[in-house]
Design a binder for this molecule. Structure first.
Ligand code: ATP
Length: 275
């Protein structure tokens, strides 16, 4: 990806937020361009949500600056959504609760997240993964230029998590939007990310997943868990299952499928793609 040629959607420059005489985050700088996935990672309270809220304009920076492209359309999936589960609410209604949508846009968005058949389902009966997909559909239905996802894998199991990140990557490719992804957990986040911004009250390090994984600041922040991430990241790209059942390897060679998978992550990824 030649990110430098893509349109700049949002740019934070040394941005900071202060509340009650305390800096929640300071010195935050990153850009999100069209077609790019930028992940904000860091421990609880690191300032990820606060930084994302500066990016989308919910919070104005108290120092530094934030610039957004003129007329930027933002799709936001918040970390928490307070839904009164005692009231009936269909998936379709969830999609239109903040404003009307053409019928075609609802179906298209639900189809994009693999939930076309669930338009009339009650939200309270959805599994954690289905609920996250419904929220994603709601965010993409208005065709945003920038999709912002705050912890999109909450309540989703490990294989569902991989599937959801795959889906986000597909949406980015299909819609050509930029994606800002927030996670306190990092093991799969890296897989489809172009740029990782590692936060802990300030930007500890930033760069490609491989560069960040190898940095001392990242290791110090995540200690022993750093190695697992890179292993998965590398593995993720090592083969593709072709529609005829054969396998294309990272070196371009094509073989019959031996039925062997190296780990659960790849298997789930491939199963989902061909489901
Ligand atoms: N409006 C506010 N007033 C005062 N403090 C706040 C406010 N909003 C957030 N904070 C504090 O700012 C810090 C950063 O919060 P933020 O939600 O951005 O962290 P985070 O990295 O997203 O964390 P998590 O992974 O737990 O969601 C926290 O210590 C939080 O308590």
């Amino acid at each position: 990806m030649h990110a430098e040629k893509q349109e700049l959607l949002v740019s934070l420059n040394n941005a900071g937020i202060s509340r009650n005489g305390r800096w929640l985050v300071r010195g935050v700088s990153f850009d999100v361009r069209r077609g790019e996935i930028v992940s904000l990672i860091g421990p609880n309270g690191a300032g990820k949500s606060t930084s994302a809220k500066m990016a989308i304009g919910v919070h104005e920076p108290d120092e530094g600056s934030v610039e957004r492209a003129a007329g930027l359309r933002i799709g936001y999936v918040p970390q928490k959504l307070n839904i009164d589960h005692s009231l009936p609410l269909t998936v379709r209604r969830l999609m239109t609760i903040t404003g009307p949508l053409p019928r075609g846009a609802i179906s298209e968005a639900l189809q994009a997240v693999g939930m076309a058949h669930m338009e009339k389902a009650e939200v309270q009966t959805l599994s954690g993964g289905e609920f996250q997909r419904a929220l994603l559909a709601r965010a993409i239905a208005r065709k945003p230029d920038l999709l912002v996802l705050d912890e999109p894998v909450q309540g989703v199991d490990y294989s569902g998590e991989i599937a959801l990140y795959e889906l986000i990557s597909e949406i980015r490719e299909r819609q050509g939007c930029g994606v800002l992804l927030i996670s306190h957990d990092l093991h799969v986040v890296m897989a489809r990310t172009d740029t990782v911004v590692c936060l802990n009250g300030h930007v500890c390090c930033t760069g490609s997943p491989e560069a960040v994984s190898g940095s001392d600041a990242y290791r110090a922040l995540f200690e022993g868990r750093a190695g697992d991430t890179l292993a998965l990241y590398r593995h993720h790209h090592d083969h593709t299952h072709l529609p005829d059942g054969r396998v294309r390897h990272a070196d371009g060679s094509i073989t019959e499928d031996s039925g062997h998978h190296h780990d659960h992550a790849a298997e789930t990824d491939e199963e989902r793609r061909h489901a």
